[in-house]
Design a protein. Structure first.
Length: 580
């Protein structure tokens, strides 16, 4: 598992804040579907990102998402002034989660929370070093069986550079990837814009008003690339009174030294090249060109797929050329609906080449694609809640939410104040009965959450670690905490903490159940409904484990098992059978 990097400089590591609390016997890290944060300290900078894990209690394939030039942060947002909200990478991660795959995505250095370090120069090589570090750390996680890379546009180039440097993935998803020299990219993007503008006075007026910089690039990209090849770091030109200044030409020299089309030859594993028929950033035919190059290099595990009627981000496009061009350069294409067929094509390929033990939910993939794009993704509304925003609940007086299948009865006393009068009242809390006890959600905060477990008399759960820490308070009854073979009786009023990766076991050698309250310092669940769905699935999995021989009761252990011997010491009536 990954741990948080310390300030004193321990080995590089990711912080994976993965799962809500589960009392499973000797199972891998908790399988609750989560959206969790990580941090990675590198010479290139401080990298922050997000991990998504689906419903599963076995190791799963994980996809590392590497954003392209349109994706500045981990969610795929673009910080160009005036650009509409964009969340292409967040959607992709959610579609993967719905399909049963894990994902890791991160803010590019200089955006979001990721900050440049002393060795950061902004080169492709720097970005490749960051990508390589994330891939290497992901491989160390016990939660992931295989590590794949999804390179979005220029992210595919970065992924290939990382592979060339020695850090390869087990498979690659190349999304709208360029397969040609830098000149072909400039010609397709900006040269075509110059031709479009020259075709009519009205188009010329629009381009000069809305895409002046790109129009100038379209007229001067050849001398610009010549300047880069000559070793210049900046290019200047006058374009009919507009002063064109382009810096960062070192990246163009990197492309000349390692042409994108030739760089694909380093990939020796399964590859899917995915494109849209209406991509105006990269020619759609480049997907098939990637496969041809890989085949020529001896890789016969490459496939291409082109999705009809979508653009570079796999968003649907209008029918007319004029509108497509204008939306592409004004970035209003970001508001267009995403196409679920692209996600399904990607998942179908993954199912064939990298099967996952996690259950897939095709209807959720459709929901991810259908989510509105005109604003940031809205928070999931919990079952039983009202349509009122949380900040105005109880603004005019106390309000009560009744108990539902997924939520407890809650009192909104005042704005920002929620009350559960008695977490031990099963009539007013929602919960799922499992072999680990009755488990249910209580409160979801902006950055924390709490739930309960009512552990039955006679229960046994062997020591197992969790990837996130918890604070656990005993509300009712007595039970036994076990760690490193050492046991301690817990009783009402007892509070304990376990740290990430610390194995703990849970035993109830008493005649009454024990109710515990679990606090998480991060919000790991999007909604109570999601948490309850997870619990229902977990209940079935535990039954299967029990049927296969995993003990969940003290009476199922050998008579001389340490748990039973300790039970006799703390409960003289244990052997009477009342507690097991």
């Amino acid at each position: 598992m990954f741990a948080r990097p310390g300030a004193s400089g321990p080995p590089l590591s990711l912080l994976l804040l993965i799962a809500a609390f589960s009392l499973a016997n000797q199972r891998p890290a908790e399988a609750h579907p989560t959206e969790s944060a990580f941090r990675l300290d590198l010479p290139q900078g401080e990298v922050h990102g997000t991990v998504l894990i689906p419903h599963v209690d076995r190791r799963i394939p994980c996809v590392v998402l590497i954003g392209g030039s349109l994706s500045h942060d981990r969610n795929g947002r673009n910080f160009t002034p005036g650009a509409p909200p964009r969340d292409a990478l967040a959607r992709l991660a959610e579609a993967l989660q719905a399909g049963g795959y894990g994902s890791i995505r991160y803010d590019r250095i200089g955006y979001g929370q990721s900050k440049p370090g002393p060795q950061w120069k902004g080169a492709y090589a720097d970005e490749a070093a960051v990508a390589a570090a994330v891939i290497q750390q992901a491989r160390k996680s016990r939660d992931f069986s295989q590590i794949l890379v999804a390179g979005e546009s220029a992210g595919a180039y970065v992924a290939c550079l990382a592979a060339k440097s020695g850090t390869s993935a087990d498979g690659y998803l190349l999304l709208g990837a360029l397969c040609g020299p830098a000149e072909s990219l400039y010609a397709y993007n900006f040269g075509c814009l110059a031709e479009f503008a020259a075709s009519s006075p009205e188009r010329q007026k629009w381009a000069e008003s809305k895409a002046r910089y790109q129009l100038a690039l379209g007229r001067h990209y050849r001398p610009l690339l010549a300047a880069a090849a000559a070793g210049q770091d900046e290019f200047r030109a006058d374009d009919q009174g507009f002063s064109l200044v382009v810096g960062g030409l070192a990246r163009r020299r990197e492309e000349l030294a390692d042409p994108p089309d030739e760089l694909f030859r380093v990939l020796k594993v399964p590859v899917l090249a995915l494109a849209g028929t209406a991509d105006r950033n990269v020619p759609p035919a480049h997907a098939a060109r990637i496969v041809a190059i890989l085949n020529e290099a001896g890789n016969q595990q490459a496939t291409s797929r082109v999705i009809e009627g979508v653009d570079h981000s796999f968003q649907r496009v209008p029918a007319g050329e004029d509108e497509q061009v204008r939306e592409r350069f004004e970035l209003t294409s970001f508001r267009r609906p995403y196409e679920a067929k692209a996600y399904h094509a990607l998942l179908d390929w993954l199912y064939e080449h990298f099967p996952t033990p996690a259950e897939g939910y095709p209807e959720r993939v459709e929901q991810v694609a259908a989510r509105p794009t005109a604003a940031e993704p809205p928070p999931t509304k919990a079952a039983g809640s009202t349509d009122k925003p949380s900040e105005v609940r109880a603004a005019s007086g106390p309000e009560t939410d009744p108990k539902t299948e997924d939520t407890p009865q809650r009192l909104h006393l005042a704005p920002g104040i929620q009350v559960i009068n008695d977490i031990g009242d099963a009539e007013k809390t929602a919960g799922v009965p499992t072999l680990e006890g009755r488990i249910g959600p209580l409160l979801l905060g902006d950055g924390c959450q709490a739930h309960f477990i009512d552990m039955p008399a006679g229960m046994f759960v062997g020591e197992h670690p969790h990837s996130t820490e918890s604070l656990i308070f005993t509300v009712r009854g007595k039970w036994v905490l076990c760690s490193a073979g050492r046991r301690h009786v817990m009783q009402p009023g007892t509070l304990f903490r376990f740290g990430p990766g610390t194995p703990t076991g849970y035993e109830v050698p008493f005649a009454e159940s024990a109710l515990i309250l679990i606090f998480k310092g991060d919000r790991l669940s999007k909604s109570e409904n999601e948490f309850m769905e997870y619990l229902r699935g977990m209940a079935g999995r535990l039954e299967k484990e029990h049927a296969a021989g995993t003990p969940f009761l003290l009476k199922e252990l050998a008579a001389d098992h340490p748990a039973r011997e300790f039970a006799r010491r703390v409960n003289p009536q244990f052997d009477s059978g009342e507690a097991h």
